[in-house]
Design a protein around this ligand. Structure first.
Ligand SMILES: [Zn+2]
Length: 354
C-alpha cells in the first residue's frame, strides 16, 4: 500500500490496522477507528478560506478528490441572535461534502475500486458524488421509503442504489454485510478530519476569535465531533484560549441522543437526527460535556413553523437544519444562553424540496 496513507487504531483497545483496500471500518472489539497520525492543527488561519484544501498541510499527503468543498459563507442574522455558517453552499448542498472529500481521497489513495455506503440523504449524495469524481464504483444502500428527489440525485451520479425494506437501520445492516470498501460517514475516521475544517474555517472567518457557542442538529454527530476535534486541535496548538460550547439539537421523541423514539412523530421532520444507534455516541457525548454544552430538545411543530419563518426571511434549508436554528431560540427562551451570547448555527443542509 502507498506509505503515505495513515494506518488506523482502535479508539477502545488500541489495536492497529494497516491501511489497505480491504481494511475494516471498525475494530473486532466493536470500537471506532481513528487515524494513527495525530490531528495537526493548521499553523496559520487566514480569511477568506477558498476551500478546505487550504488546510491540506493538516491532511495525509496523497490523492485529492476536489469539487470545491468548504469556504462557505458566515453571515450575521440578528433576527435569531446568531451567525449562520451556510454549509448549504457546498457542492452537494450540505456539510457532508467536507467529510466525503477526505473519505474519497483515502479510498482513491488505497486504490479502492468498489465502495458501499448507507444513507437516505445528504451523506449518500455526497459519497456518491465524490465517488463519481474519483472514478470509484459506488453502491448506496437506502431505506425503500427514502425521499425520491434525493434518490434521483444519487442515481444521477451513476451510483448503484439498493433499496432495502425495513427502514434506516435495515439499510445499514444490509450495507454492513455487503462487500467493498465501507465509506461510512459515521465510522470512517477521515470523515471527521473533513468536518474539523469547519472549525478551522470559522476561526479564520472570525480572525482568531472563538464564538461562545455553536448550536447544531445531531444524528451520528459527524459535524459536532469534527468541530470539537478541530477546536481542540486549535486549543492545544495555542491558537484559541477556550473551546466554544457545543449544543446538540434533538427532536422530542425522535433524536439520536434522546431515546425512546416516539413512532408517532412525522417522519418527514428532521430525518437527519433520527439515528437509532449512533456509531460514536460516547465520543459525541464526551465532546458535548467537555465543551460545556448540552443536549437541547425541541418539538416537531416548532421545527415546521421555524423552517417556514426562515424561508420567509431568505434562508432556504432542510428541516434538520431548521432544527438547529429553532434550538438556538429555545436556548434563549429557556435562559440557557442570553441574546448577547456570540452564537453560530451551522446551516447543515439545503432544502430537498426543489
Ligand atoms: Zn478495539
Amino acid at each position: 500500500m502507498p506509505s503515505e496513507v495513515p494506518d488506523t487504531r482502535c479508539a477502545s483497545c488500541d489495536r492497529l490496522f494497516e491501511a489497505h483496500r480491504d481494511e475494516p471500518h471498525r475494530c473486532t472489539c466493536g470500537g471506532p477507528l481513528e487515524l494513527r497520525s495525530p490531528l495537526r492543527s493548521p499553523s496559520t488561519l487566514e480569511a477568506p478560506v477558498s476551500n478546505l484544501w487550504a488546510f491540506s498541510a493538516s491532511f495525509p499527503p496523497g490523492q485529492r478528490i476536489e469539487l470545491g468543498a468548504g469556504g462557505t459563507p458566515l453571515v450575521d442574522v440578528p433576527e435569531y441572535d446568531a451567525s449562520f455558517k451556510l454549509e448549504t453552499c457546498n457542492p452537494t448542498g450540505s456539510f457532508k461534502d467536507r467529510g466525503a472529500a477526505l473519505t474519497l481521497s483515502r479510498a482513491s489513495a488505497l486504490g479502492v475500486e468498489h465502495l458501499r455506503e448507507d444513507s437516505s440523504g445528504n451523506a449518500g449524495r455526497a459519497i456518491a458524488t465524490y465517488a463519481a469524481r474519483a472514478g470509484i464504483d459506488a453502491h448506496i444502500y437506502v431505506p425503500s421509503h427514502a425521499d425520491a428527489s434525493t434518490l434521483a440525485t444519487i442515481e444521477a451520479t451513476g451510483a448503484n442504489v439498493i433499496a432495502v425494506d425495513g427502514g434506516r437501520s435495515a439499510a445499514a445492516t444490509a450495507c454492513q454485510h455487503a462487500s467493498g470498501w465501507y465509506a461510512s460517514h459515521a465510522w470512517r475516521p477521515e470523515f471527521y478530519l473533513g468536518t474539523a475544517t469547519c472549525a478551522w474555517e470559522l476561526i479564520a472567518d472570525r480572525h482568531g476569535c472563538p464564538p461562545d457557542a455553536l448550536v447544531l442538529p445531531v444524528g451520528h454527530g459527524t459535524l459536532l465531533l469534527g468541530l470539537y476535534r478541530g477546536f481542540k486541535a486549535l486549543l492545544e496548538g495555542g491558537t484559541i484560549e477556550r473551546l466554544p460550547q457545543l449544543y446538540a439539537a434533538q427532536l422530542a421523541g425522535a433524536g439520536s441522543l434522546t431515546p425512546p423514539t416516539d413512532a408517532s412523530v412525522d417522519p418527514s421532520i428532521a430525518p437527519g437526527v433520527r439515528i437509532e444507534r449512533p456509531a460514536r455516541q460516547s465520543q459525541v457525548r464526551q465532546a458535548i460535556d467537555t465543551s460545556g454544552g448540552e443536549v437541547i430538545t425541541v418539538d416537531p411543530s416548532d421545527v415546521t413553523e421555524g423552517r417556514r419563518q426562515l424561508a420567509a426571511i431568505g434562508f432556504d434549508m432542510c428541516s434538520t437544519a431548521a432544527l438547529g436554528v429553532v434550538a438556538r431560540r429555545a436556548l434563549l427562551e429557556r435562559g440557557k444562553l442570553p441574546d448577547t451570547a456570540d452564537v453560530i448555527v451551522p446551516i447543515t443542509g439545503r432544502s430537498r424540496d426543489r
